[in-house]
Ligand binder design. Structure first.
Ligand SMILES: Cc1ncc(C[n+]2csc(CCOP(=O)(O)OP(=O)(O)O)c2C)c(N)n1
Ligand SMILES: [Mg+2]
Length: 339
């Protein structure tokens, strides 16, 4: 069944506002460690999750918050988990990256590529216990160079496991430009394993939904896995406080204070050779330039989905007010102390 754009937008907005609250709490020092948000990839998450039902499983990467919220994880427990609290979803032991929620058949891992083997395991269980049900593996494009994920692609074909491999391609692995580390084309690579593969603009949630709907029958009918490649941009960079993104967004404030120390070290007679130093600076500027043009090259998926609903402004206004109030209430409750 085609997805309901109102529901898709509701999920995407709730996720975006929730993660904005997470960012606020992180900046306030209430969340320890790194924080990877899924802002910018909500179109992919919503477009896929909208086709999951009872008994379907999800294996997630380090950006698992949006799909978990969309799948129905308790947002108060999730926020408490992110805050490292004992009353969190996994007793505060997993943070935002290492979760297991049995009732949703969902698990996440910060180990790049780990969602492949996890999804293969979920799918093996489906094949044996719940025929017709599927597992989704969400991962970034850099995971496509991890052995564990490649082994999962292979095993899923060999054993006809119902895994939908969803590769969220933002073109970056932290500060490494992924094309510089990747041979060939990812779609061709997936097809070479022997599974159908399709690509889609990940900023277009409805297109992701249509493509997912087209791929899933292959899995549900027991024919093995499929692969979906979806492009996206991470609006908050790799993680909160991302230095590359900061330099791109606020070049004067970030780079100006570095100019004199940089010039001094470039001219210093000690340390690496001048050629190596100038090469390092050029490399940094090239990366910043690439990150900057990538950030401008794709639209925000939330705005894009919203535009499709502008025909009914009253309903839209009401929906946005409701979702904003719901997220505020979640945060208020999550921050309460429990006895
Ligand atoms: C096996 C492994 N290697 C390295 C890391 C460190 N690391 C964390 S996230 C990340 C980049 C992953 O890039 P990608 O898979 O494209 O996901 P994105 O962050 O772009 O969403 C790396 C290298 C890790 N967590 N696990
Ligand atoms: Mg990436």
């Amino acid at each position: 069944m085609p997805a309901d754009p109102w529901l898709i937008y509701r999920w995407m907005l709730a996720s975006r506002l929730f993660e904005q609250e997470v960012a606020r709490l992180w900046h306030a020092g209430l969340v320890s460690g790194e924080m990877h948000l899924g802002t910018g990839e909500e179109g992919i998450d919503a477009g896929v999750v909208t086709h999951l039902g009872e008994g379907d499983a999800m294996a997630l990467d380090h950006r698992g918050t949006p799909p978990l919220l969309m799948r129905g994880a308790n947002p108060v427990s999730l926020l408490r988990e992110i805050l490292g609290r004992e009353d969190g979803l996994c007793r505060g032991r997993g943070g935002h990256m290492h979760l297991f929620i049995p009732e949703l058949l969902s698990a996440s891992s910060g180990i790049v590529g780990a969602s492949g083997p996890m999804a293969a395991g979920f799918a093996l269980a489906s094949q044996q216990l719940r025929p017709g049900r599927v597992a989704v593996a969400f991962f970034g494009e850099a995971a496509m160079n991890e052995g564990a994920l490649l082994e999962s692609l292979n095993l899923a074909v060999a054993w006809r496991l119902p895994v939908l491999f969803v590769c969220k391609d933002n073109g970056w692995s932290i500060t490494t430009h992924s094309p510089s580390m990747t041979g060939g084309a990812l779609l061709a690579r997936a097809r070479a394993f022997g599974m159908p593969a399709a690509d889609v603009d990940g900023t277009d949630a409805l297109a992701v939904s249509a493509m997912t709907e087209a791929l899933l029958p292959h899995l549900r009918q027991g024919n093995g896995p499929a692969f979906l490649l979806a492009r996206c941009v991470h609006l908050d960079g790799h993680f909160l406080g991302d230095a590359l993104l900061e330099a791109v967004r606020r070049p004067l404030q970030v780079l100006a204070p570095m100019a004199i120390p940089l010039a001094r070290s470039a001219l210093s007679r000690h340390g690496a050779r001048f050629r190596d130093r100038s090469h390092a600076v050029t490399d940094l500027l090239t990366r910043a330039g690439r990150a900057s043009s990538a950030a401008r090259s794709l639209p925000d998926p939330l705005d894009r989905t919203r535009r499709a609903l502008l025909g009914d402004p009253d309903r839209l206004r009401m929906l946005e007010a409701t979702v904003a109030a719901e997220v505020r209430a979640v945060v208020d409750v999550a921050l309460e102390e429990t006895p």
